[in-house]
Design a protein around this ligand. Structure first.
Ligand SMILES: Cc1ncc(COP(=O)(O)O)c(C=O)c1O
Length: 392
């Protein structure tokens, strides 16, 4: 598809009705064994196992449909599917590291990303160092000839620091490091990693791509053939693949992602405005708000904001926090985000940092604005604050 917007790519990519009896959506192939009619065909498929359907784990037309759609949307060479966002992160980190390498990871990264690096990569002889997410071009002072990977997550999904991706990527290039980015928050609609120097873009497709909190899915999109080949071979060696029905849910989610995201964005901004005026709230951590420290970078590099942000409320006894959270009617309390439903989660950023310190004494609450009407969500939050105050 040439000269079409991302909204249109979302509707058409990965579909081929003309070769599928005119049926709008691609079929879901449930597959392990693939049968070959001749020895020649078997051997040909072994020689080209990434191009020819050879075995269910390596790729099927269902896998290809999802990967093609994401790669097209993101403007990358090709994508690789995985069974969860975390497995996408683990595969991408593993693909570009070996014993003796040094890797740099943003201090604001998703907790399990840190844990994989510290407990698995380090055990295999990789030196893992975390850096201040606001370091920008200053990362040059941490880069070494043996730095093989710089891992970004912008904004960080608890505290929302925006990274100067182009400056970090340019510095990383001087030592030949591969730049990986967890782009789950923005989706390819609101941040285009390859335009900003990133080599490999990683998504927990579990979130906005699936969009309905009913499947686990990951995807890794690569800038060019060389990076894709490294990632694909690593994923195949690890035996990673998503299930066909989850891939289909990812593909189906993509069709409506643009309209859903516009609503998530608007509702999150409405909630953030309302929360900013509350006496209980000391700070709103939302990159699209002008009072947020990373706002200028967000405005320069991003084209929108999603539904996930945090607020810091005055410290309250656990009993008062529980009074608020236990009684919420619309906001659910639970991990993940990106589905149609609103979520609220108390978090402790200080516990998942090492290069920087999180010193704010307030209680961080992470919110995901779902697709309920924002007025109803505000009423739910208002009642929650009243319960909290009554319990003080
Ligand atoms: C920023 C970010 N990246 C990756 C993941 C992992 O995704 P999954 O839950 O699909 O493994 C999450 C999950 O919450 C996340 O918030």
């Amino acid at each position: 598809m040439k000269d079409v917007t991302q909204d249109t790519i979302l509707v058409h990519a990965g579909r081929d009705p003309r070769n599928n009896h005119g049926i709008v959506n691609p079929p879901v192939y449930h597959c392990s064994t693939v049968l070959f009619p001749t020895l020649d065909a078997l051997e040909e498929s072994d020689r080209n196992s990434f191009e020819i359907v050879n075995y269910g784990r390596v790729g099927t037309p269902t896998t290809a449909a999802f990967e093609t759609a994401v790669a097209e949307l993101e403007g990358g060479f090709k994508a690789v599917n995985t069974g969860s966002g975390l497995s996408a992160i683990a595969i991408a980190l593993s693909a570009f590291t070996k014993a003796g390498d040094h890797v740099l990871i943003t201090d604001s990264a998703y907790g399990p990303t840190r844990r994989f690096a510290r407990e698995t990569l380090a055990a295999y002889g990789v030196e893992v160092e975390f850096f201040d997410p606001c370091i920008g071009a200053g990362i040059a002072s941490l880069l070494r000839p043996d730095t093989s990977v710089v891992f970004l997550e912008s904004p960080g999904s608890l505290t929302f620091e925006i990274q100067d991706v182009p400056a970090i990527a340019a510095a990383a290039r001087t030592v030949g490091a591969t730049v990986l980015m967890d782009n789950t928050w923005a989706t390819p609609l609101f941040f285009r990693p390859f335009d900003h120097g990133v080599d490999v873009s990683i998504h927990a497709a579990t979130k906005y791509m699936v969009g309905h909190a009913d499947a686990m899915l990951g995807v890794i999109t690569c800038r060019d053939e060389a990076t894709w080949s490294v990632v694909k071979k690593t994923a195949v060696r690890f035996g990673v693949c998503a299930g066909p029905d989850d891939l289909y849910l990812g593909l189906r989610g993509l069709r409506t992602m643009a309209v859903r995201l516009r609503q998530h964005q608007d509702s999150a901004l409405a909630l953030a405005d309302w929360l900013a005026a509350r006496p209980e709230v000391t700070r709103v951590l939302h990159p699209a708000r002008p009072d947020f420290p990373g706002h200028a970078l967000w405005k320069r590099d991003f084209t929108g904001s999603s539904g996930l942000f945090s607020v810091i409320v005055n410290p309250v006894p656990r009993k008062a926090l529980a009074a608020m959270l236990d009684g919420m009617e619309l906001f659910g309390m639970g991990y993940s985000w990106g589905g149609f439903e609103s979520l609220i989660l108390p978090t402790r950023p200080a516990a998942v940092r090492s290069a920087t310190r999180w010193t704010d004494p307030g209680q961080v609450l992470r919110l995901h604005a779902g697709l309920e009407h924002p007025d109803d969500l505000i009423r739910d939050l208002d009642a929650g604050f009243r319960r909290m105050n009554a319990a003080l």
